[in-house]
Design a protein. Sequence first.
Length: 153
Amino acid sequence: MELRPPPVSPPPPPSRRGLYVLLVANLMLLAAVGLAVWLRPAPRPGDDPARRRQVAAKLQAAGALDEAAAEWTRYLETADRTAEERAGIAYSLGNTLLEAGRYESALRWFYEAESLGGGGLADELGRRIVHCLERLGRHHAAAAAMGASVAIA
């Protein structure tokens, strides 16, 4: 009896099914992105940063401090400004909220201005931060903030 290896059949040709699935998935993704770009909403007239700034200033001058603070916040979200300009606006927003008696919100914007560098406002920012902390009854934090501002100067 003679032993021979079993007959070997040639391997089947590689399937291109995976390639076609990948191609279809890429086309669907491209179509979805194109549709999203084409259907995106047009900017509304209210999103104009210059107009927002003007409205915020008028509201502040009229004494509508809560509305002015909200408009300044929206202005900062839409405006493309340098860090120093943003610090000045954040400082102004903090002052607006401070006048309205919203000390926690004012403190947030004073810290924002401080983190942006503050420019020439560093001393005034330190005083405003201490003032807000004292009004909130956080005397130890106020003392620490005062110590930090003195140590920096």
